[in-house]
Design a protein around this ligand. Structure first.
Ligand SMILES: C[S@@+](CC[C@H](N)C(=O)[O-])C[C@H]1O[C@@H](n2cnc3c(N)ncnc32)[C@H](O)[C@@H]1O
Length: 270
C-alpha cells in the first residue's frame, strides 16, 4: 500500500478535527464563497472546511487519500442532510478523473502539504482550477514555535530518518519553496501571496488529554510512539508532548484547552 495513504488510514483524524471546527468555519467565512461556486477541498479529512463551504452554498467535492476519512465525511454529509457536497478517495499528486479547469476554488488546509510529490501537487491544483480561479492552502511552518510545527518536529526526532528523496511536508510552509512549485506549474510569481494566520485547537478537557488524542489518533504522532517504544524512549516522548500542550494552552484553565497555532496561508490566482 501507498505509505502516504497508510499513514493517514492508520489513525483517525476525526478525533483531532473535532477540535478544529471553529477555526475551519472562520477561515471559510473569509473565502468569499457564493452560491454555486465550484469548490475542490483537497486533503479534506472529514470536512472541517468542506462542510462550511457547502453550507455557504458552494458545490463541493472533498478528495482525500484516507478511505476512513472519506467515509466519515460522507457520514457527516448525510447527518446534516446536505446535497451539494460529497467526498471521494483521491491523491493530490494525481487527481485522476478530475477534468482540467473544473473548479473556481481549490482549498487545501493542512491537506495537500502531506502528499509526497509537491511539484506534482502544485501542477494538479493548477490544472483543475479554472482560469481566473483561486487556490488557497494552509500549511504548517517549519520551526515555528507553536503547536503543530512543534508536534511534527518532536515526532520526527523520535522516528527513524525518512527514505532517501523524501521531501518534508513542512517545506510547504516556506515561501520560496511554494513559489518554486507554483511557478513551475506556470503561475507568475506576482499571483502568489502569503499571509500568516492562526488556527485554534479547542478541546473540552485538559491539555494532557488532547495530547493523548494525538498519541492515539494522529498518524505522525502514532508512528513516533511506535518508534519510541522500540528504542525505550516512549515516556520521554509522552512527557515532551504533554509539556508542549500545557505550555501552549491559552484557555486560562487546567480543565479546558485552547491552543492557537500559526500557519502560512497561501493564495494563488490562476
Ligand atoms: C491534517 S489532516 C487535515 C484534514 C482537513 N483538511 C482538516 O482541516 O481537518 C491531513 C489530511 O490530508 C490527507 N492527505 C494526506 N496525503 C494526501 C494525498 N496525497 N492526497 C489527498 N489527501 C491526502 C489525509 O488523509 C488527511 O485527511
Amino acid at each position: 500500500m501507498n505509505a502516504n495513504q497508510a499513514l493517514w488510514e492508520k489513525g483517525d483524524f476525526t478525533h483531532i478535527a473535532a477540535s478544529m471546527r471553529q477555526s475551519g468555519e472562520s477561515l471559510v467565512a473569509g473565502l468569499g464563497i457564493t452560491k454555486g461556486l465550484k469548490v475542490l477541498d483537497l486533503g479534506s479529512g472529514d470536512g472541517t472546511t468542506a462542510l462550511p463551504e457547502a453550507q455557504l452554498g458552494a458545490d463541493v467535492l472533498g478528495v482525500d487519500i484516507a478511505r476512513n476519512l472519506v467515509e466519515a465525511g460522507n457520514r457527516r454529509v448525510r447527518e446534516l442532510g446536505l446535497t451539494n457536497v460529497r467526498f471521494r478517495e483521491g491523491d493530490a499528486c494525481d487527481l485522476q478523473g478530475i477534468e482540467d479547469a473544473s473548479f473556481d476554488l481549490v482549498v487545501s488546509i493542512f491537506g495537500a502539504m502531506f502528499a509526497p510529490k509537491p511539484f506534482d501537487v502544485a501542477k494538479e491544483m493548477v490544472r483543475v482550477t479554472k482560469p481566473g480561479g483561486r487556490i488557497v492552502m494552509g500549511n504548517w511552518i517549519p520551526n515555528d514555535p507553536t503547536l503543530v510545527a512543534q508536534i511534527l518536529k518532536i515526532s520526527a526526532s523520535y522516528t527513524p530518518p525518512p527514505p532517501e528523496g523524501f521531501v518534508s511536508p513542512m517545506t510547504w510552509g516556506v515561501e520560496s519553496h511554494v513559489i518554486d512549485r507554483f511557478t513551475s506549474a506556470g503561475i507568475p510569481k506576482e499571483q502568489i501571496s502569503f499571509f500568516r494566520d492562526t488556527y485554534t485547537f479547542d478541546f473540552p478537557g485538559a491539555p494532557s488529554e488532547l495530547a493523548r488524542e494525538f498519541r492515539a489518533y494522529y498518524g505522525p504522532t502514532m508512528n513516533a510512539f511506535e518508534a519510541a517504544q522500540k528504542s525505550g524512549r516512549e515516556a520521554n516522548l509522552a512527557k515532551e508532548l504533554e509539556h508542549l500542550f500545557v505550555r501552549e494552552n491559552k484557555s486560562g484553565r487546567a480543565d479546558a484547552t485552547s491552543i492557537p497555532a500559526t500557519y502560512l496561508r497561501v493564495t494563488v490566482r490562476r
